[in-house]
Design a protein around this ligand. Sequence first.
Ligand code: AR6
Length: 347
Amino acid sequence: MPLKFIRDDITKLKADAIVNAANTSLLGGGGVDGAIHRAAGPELLEECRKLGGCEVGRAKLTKGYNLPAGHIIHTVGPVWSGGKNNEPELLRGCYEECLRIAAENKFESIAFPLISSGAYGYPKDQALKIAVDSCSEFLNNHDMDITIVIFDRESFDIGKKTLKNIQAFIDDNYYDETIEWRYTDARPHGNFRGILRPFGKNTHHAAGMAQAAPANVPVLEEACAESLKDKLKMIDESFTEMLLRKIDEKGMSDSDCYKKANIDRKLFSKIRSNKDYHPKKSTAVAFAVALELDIDETKEMLLKAGFGLSNSSKFDIIIRYFIENGNYNIYEINEALFQFDQVLIGS
Ligand code: AR6
């Protein structure tokens, strides 16, 4: 099952369990803890009183009461005090404990806030990394729908340096749609009206990206239609066929691939069983990333699904940035896409 990120209020989510970033008393507080107690109602506090508190890095389960979520797993994150007091291990322990409890109770879905990253002062980028690492590790051996809920934009800080590099890459490559396009008559005597060429700044990036449609499409004669039929018999490998071939070539198992692509098992089975499946672009890109294809292979795979990578889309440029830098970590790619308000890849 995939790992998802959403920007939302965790108290609004429907899941088998949501996680509360509580304190050792488990008797409520501010931040997400306060919001959960308010939304769940006073019965939650009554149940919490019976739990006898909770140690840092551990977790305890209650019912969800008035929440849309069925249960609450209360965990206590470490207070950040510079990082030398076992904070990373304790924070990782929180995620592992919550996931262990969720698995023990056969929960199929769980949503986490970014534990310790508010009042407890854990640097948000490091807190996020621990959340992602712990959850993705768990997903290697378990089927669960895990959501990491990001409350504020700042929490999703992928690190200033990466952000600056991506921004610079976008600035260098982004094709500004406001630039003027001029018609150039490239083939004055041919069937094509010409080729639209960008005119103005950044023309070198965009040149050749778009072509005008043929002007006068001829009516097919019978002989022509027959030869077209023959050609269609030799139709190229489909997206599904290419995907399955690449999985074999890379020596991966199906599950290695769909897990690494952050793709749901059911979706993968659907693709596998339909040679002519047309995936969404975000799905096709996720597979290219999971297979660690280089940029040309990625383009080839996208083309099979009817897509391309252009310089007029921030999504495409960010994907290109990661692939060209040999970074195939889907979660880091998604963090960057999220930061730039783009569709995430995978399921
Ligand atoms: N939904 C999702 N995330 C939220 C919400 C919400 N409704 N509200 C806040 N966050 P914090 P901590 C995010 O302070 O750092 C409490 O008083 C928030 O933006 O809630 O573990 C407890 O009783 C931040 O990224 O928890 C403890 O005393 C993240 O949740 C102490 O705070 C965690 O922020 C725990 O501190």
